[in-house]
Structure formats: C-alpha cells, structure tokens
Design a protein around this ligand. Structure first.
Ligand code: AP5
Length: 214
C-alpha cells in the first residue's frame, strides 16, 4: 500500500486533531499535506498581500473571506507535486462556497474524513497546544509534552489559541459544518476523534485504504 495514490480531505472542529493526524497520513502515504491554516500563517509572517488581508480575521478567530483562500488552494492543487503524489487537504473546504469552488474546478476527493470531538474537549486541547517552530511538530503540554528539554524551551503558542478566541472559532465552525458535510455525503466517513492519537490514526489509515481500493 506504500504507493497508494489518494486525494483526501480532513475536516473537524478547531483542535479536533487534524494537524496531528496529517503528520501520520503524510508519512504513511507520501501525499502532499496542504493546511490552509499553515499557508495563511506563513503568508501573515511573510507580510504578503494575502497575509495582510488575512491577519485581522485570523487574529480574531474568524474565517478569512472565501475569495482570499479559494484561489490559493486551487493554484496549489494544480502544482505538479499534488498531481503526482496525491494530496491531503486540511482545513479546506470550510464553507459551502469553498466546497462549491472545488466542485466547479473539477477537483474531487476519494474520501472526506470528519474528526468528531465534543466541544468541551476542544478548549483544553486548544489552550495546551504548542508548536515546535523548527520541526513544525504539534505538542500538548498535558497530553503529549516533548521529552527533549531543548524542544520544550523553544515551543511556541499560536496567537488564536486562547479560550476567548476558540469560542469565536467554534461558532464559525458550527455555522458552516453542516453545509460542508452535505457536499460530501457520498464519501464522508466520521471518525471518533476523542481517543488516543494512535487509535485515531489506525482507524484513519484503514479507512483511507478501504476508500481508495474500491
Ligand atoms: P487552522 O490552522 O486550520 O485551525 P483550526 O481549524 O482551528 O484547527 P487547528 O489547527 O486549531 O487544530 P487541529 O484540528 O489541526 O488540531 P491539532 O492536531 O493541532 O485555521 C486557523 C485560522 O486560519 C482560522 O481560524 C481562519 O481564520 C483561517 N483559515 C484556515 N483555513 C481557512 C479556510 N478554509 N477558510 C477561511 N479561513 C481559514 O491538535 C490540537 C491539540 O490537541 C494539540 O495540542 C494536540 O497535541 C492535541 N491532540 C491532538 N489529538 C489529540 C488526541 N487524540 N487526544 C488528546 N490530544 C490531542
């Protein structure tokens, strides 16, 4: 299965574990991981035109306008690495307009994985999350702290990872999630994300294998 070609969408609430699971999926399948959150954070850091447009929305926990993000994703999916290796879309589509834009562009996925985690678990995951700026690896101060002291000392916290901002992010998620799911009823698989990361990963890998071998 190591050369399996797959186009995958992964969705779920803020801090449901998308980024954590994408690390595993990417290393197992060799697909190109496209996180719209990571792409936008990189644009903000580099102070590009897109970054300047996106910054205030992201800082307040709101979604950036569809017209800002849609073009970026369509362009990226058209690049040769995505065509050759398959892709893993993380954090997109998040609105009905984004789902329609993919469909209109003729982009289709093999499966739509939905990570299901109750809201009350998400706040604790958000406030404890830290990222290693060197490797990009995601940690949690309680659930998965780094073992290496050097890594511990360089961990960073995202500016939108506060209890106040996660409430806004959750509202945005709940306002859009049903419309997005409705666009993928035929390929959607709901995964219980309220288990250990490795339990979640093994179900995800099995699901992808099943959905892509049809
Ligand atoms: P984005 O970066 O996509 O943020 P998000 O959807 O809020 O998702 P997160 O990155 O917070 O969480 P995750 O699901 O990846 O969880 P993780 O694995 O890190 O978007 C940020 C912003 O960009 C948006 O608010 C918006 O402004 C903008 N944006 C992005 N895409 C957009 C779009 N398409 N349209 C418009 N705007 C867009 O895990 C979280 C924590 O939990 C970690 O600490 C982890 O260690 C821990 N954890 C993970 N799994 C488990 C487990 N099984 N058990 C216990 N702990 C766990």
């Amino acid at each position: 299965d190591s050369c399996l070609f797959a186009n995958i969408i992964i969705a779920g609430a803020p801090a449901s574990g998308k980024g954590t699971q994408c690390e595993v999926i990417k290393s197992e399948l060799g697909v190109v991981h496209l996180s719209t959150g990571d792409m936008l954070r990189a644009a903000v850091a580099a102070e590009t035109e897109v970054g300047k447009m996106a910054k205030d929305f992201m800082d307040s926990g709101k979604l950036v306008p569809d017209e800002v993000i849609i073009g970026i994703v369509k362009d990226r999916l058209g690049e040769s690495d995505c065509k050759e290796n398959g892709w893993l879309l993380d954090g997109f589509p998040r609105t009905q307009a984004q789902a329609r834009a993919l469909e209109d562009a003729g982009v289709s996925a093999d499966c739509f994985l939905f990570l299901d985690v109750p809201d009350e678990m998400l706040v604790e995951r958000v406030v404890g999350r830290r990222t290693d700026p060197v490797t990009g690896k995601i940690y949690h101060m309680k659930f998965s702290p780094p073992e290496d002291e050097e890594v511990l000392n360089r961990l960073e916290q995202r500016s939108d990872d506060t209890e106040e901002k996660v409430k806004v992010r959750l509202d945005q998620f709940h306002a859009n999630v049903d419309a997005v799911k409705d666009s993928y009823t035929d390929i959607m698989v709901s995964i219980d994300g309220n288990r250990t990361p490795s339990e979640v990963s093994s179900e995800i890998i099995q699901t992808i294998n099943r959905m892509t071998s049809k």
